[in-house]
Design a protein around this ligand. Structure first.
Ligand SMILES: Nc1ncnc2c1ncn2[C@@H]1O[C@H](COP(=O)(O)OP(=O)(O)OP(=O)(O)O)[C@@H](O)[C@H]1O
Length: 262
């Protein structure tokens, strides 16, 4: 369970550039909840994910994961039980290392450095089966350096790495924004399968409202550092893009171009 309670975060406090990115925001996700997050540019979506991941320390409020208060825990320590996929396919994988070395490192997350590098019998076949499931032609490229792969292949691998050791929370920050539509659809489908198989508590930011409606069992809309709408699984089933636009126009200060792309 993820419990975000009354968190606020202001950047450049006391200066002319002061920006309240999160404003007394609270959110509770139950185990296995897959929550999509939408909102205009600057709404605070990434700041929320970054605060959960430990990249930013909130000015106030608390964050608990499965009963542990992680508010002040370092990003490095949290990375042992939080999986992340970023918008940028270059993040999340080590470019100079081979596909299977990246998978090995991810599967040994949190273990001693010495042990992390040792392949075990069966690893090769296991990794081959994992990547062949992606259907992106990676099954014969386990020894290829990640830097030589396409953005879609890299992003799909980042997803495998983020979930190879079951994370307590999975954070997806526009994971398919940089991909072509066909590859994006493939990566989202696999994401959805993995989230269900592993019953992962997941937050996914997207600017694509179709995807926000199609995936997950919960949807939140943000504006000005707050959650302005929170739809349960049942409410989400009957929701349309028009409903979301209407809600956004009613509540938000301005309609962003990017939110209407879906
Ligand atoms: N590291 C930072 N330093 C200063 N200001 C920041 C920082 N990160 C975010 N902000 C500001 O906080 C506000 C919220 O930004 P955030 O990136 O969380 O929004 P977002 O909803 O993810 O937007 P987008 O859809 O454009 O990615 C914005 O005004 C942004 O400029």
């Amino acid at each position: 369970m993820l419990n975000v309670s009354h968190i606020s975060k202001t950047f450049f406090k006391g200066t002319i550039n002061e920006k309240k990115a999160l404003n007394d925001l609270s959110l509770t996700l139950n185990d296995g909840d897959f929550c999509t997050v939408i909102g205009g540019n600057g709404a605070g979506k990434s700041t929320l994910l970054n605060s959960i991941a430990g990249a930013y320390l909130p000015d106030s409020g608390t964050i608990e994961i499965n009963g542990k208060d992680v508010t002040k825990m370092s990003e490095y320590k949290r990375a042992k039980f939080i999986g992340r996929v970023f918008q940028d396919p270059l993040k999340g994988t080590a470019a100079g290392m081979q596909v299977e070395e990246n998978l090995l490192l991810a599967s040994r997350r949190g273990e001693s450095r010495r042990l992390r590098w040792a392949f075990s019998a069966g690893d090769h076949d296991k990794y081959k089966a994992m990547v062949s499931r992606l259907d992106l032609g990676l099954e014969d490229r386990l020894s290829t350096r990640i830097g030589l792969l396409s953005g879609g292949q890299r992003q799909a691998l980042t997803l495998l790495m983020a979930t190879i050791k079951r994370p307590e929370v999975l954070l997806l920050d526009e994971p398919t924004a940089a991909l072509d539509p066909k590859t994006a659809a493939k990566v989202l489908k696999i994401t959805d399968e993995i989230v269900h198989e592993q019953h992962l508590t997941t937050l996914m930011i997207t600017h694509n409202m179709k995807d926000a409606l199609k995936y997950g069992n919960r949807l939140i809309m943000m504006n000005n550092g707050r959650i302005i709408a929170d739809y349960s699984e049942d409410e989400k089933k009957n929701l349309t893009i028009d409903d979301l636009l209407k809600k956004f126009e009613e509540t938000a200060d301005a309609v962003s171009d990017r939110i209407v792309l879906g």
